[in-house]
Ligand binder design. Structure first.
Ligand SMILES: C[S@@+](CC[C@H](N)C(=O)[O-])C[C@H]1O[C@@H](n2cnc3c(N)ncnc32)[C@H](O)[C@@H]1O
Length: 267
């Protein structure tokens, strides 16, 4: 999977040597090009840190006053503070309302809003993110968090297909890992007819990580595992992802106002 070629500038003075090394290692074989903050131009990104808060800012012309930045703060951002009422909770229903903790593999971590939700529901969560810069931001924000429910999520920088291959192989890292449910939330295709305006940070996020054009293939691979339950998040107006595996029943649908969860149970 190719990432868009993107230039990211950072101020060396605000990063530790270790952080710079980590970033360099993570982005080594990607389409991200790291450089000094003084070398970036309009439409490049600036990776910045203020105290323990990291953000990714899209550089805009000076005439545009509102600059947009994506910041991840698990303890302050409202996205992670949603109150969970188990009885009405669609993700909890999608998991089959378990009485005890399940092992959930979130194959599309993104901003980890859903991974945090699963963790708050008492699940043990392993979350995969293939975008190396987003992974860097996620793990930095995670170590800055004061909450055990956030810190206990295992976030891994991996392509879902690579990870899924490894758990079904022998003698490699992660071999034999077993999950009760796999969660899949690929980036939605751009809507032709726009409805409610997404938040600017969400647009920046979408622009930065790009579309997940391989969603059908990844879903197909998930269905070849023996996981008892697959949950796919979809926009309500979108059709279900094609499920080529006869091992799974037709999806049960849990529908909310904006999204729905298609739950495929193994026969
Ligand atoms: C729509 S976002 C997920 C949002 C997430 N559910 C949340 O609550 O924040 C999709 C994310 O999954 C990542 N992603 C998509 N396909 C992936 C794959 N095959 N392997 C690993 N990460 C993937 C993308 O880079 C993007 O960050």
């Amino acid at each position: 999977m190719e990432f868009k070629k993107i230039k990211i500038g950072f101020a060396e003075s605000t990063l530790t040597e270790e952080e710079i090394k980590t970033l360099q290692l993570l982005t080594e074989n990607s389409n991200y090009q790291l450089c000094s903050i003084s070398q970036i131009q309009v439409d490049d990104y600036a990776l910045e840190r203020k105290d323990s808060q990291w953000s990714l800012r899209l550089v805009r012309p000076e005439s545009e006053k509102d600059s947009v930045a994506l910041s991840l703060n698990f303890d302050l951002s409202l996205d992670y503070k949603r109150e969970i009422k188990k009885k009405e909770d669609l993700l909890y229903k999608s998991l089959g309302q378990p009485k005890s903790s399940l092992r959930v593999l979130d194959t599309t971590c993104g901003l980890a809003i859903d991974s945090v939700h699963f963790s708050k529901l008492g699940m043990e969560v392993v979350s995969l993110e293939r975008n190396p810069v987003l992974f860097f931001l996620l793990t930095q924000a995670q170590s800055a968090s004061q909450q055990e429910v956030i810190r206990k999520i295992k976030i891994i920088n991996s392509e879902a297909s690579r990870y899924l291959n490894s758990i079904t192989s022998v003698g490699v890292e992660n071999a034999g890992e077993v999950f009760d449910a796999v969660y899949f939330d690929p980036m939605y295709p751009e809507k032709k007819k726009k409805s409610a305006k997404p938040r600017k940070e969400m647009l920046l996020f979408r622009d930065f990580v790009g579309e997940d054009l391989d969603a059908d293939q990844v879903f197909e691979q998930i269905t070849t595992t023996e996981v008892p339950r697959i949950i796919v998040k979809r926009p309500i107006e979108a059709s279900a992802l094609p499920c080529p595996s006869p091992a799974y029943l037709k999806p049960i649908i849990y529908q909310g106002k904006m999204v729905r969860y298609d739950v495929y149970k193994r026969k």
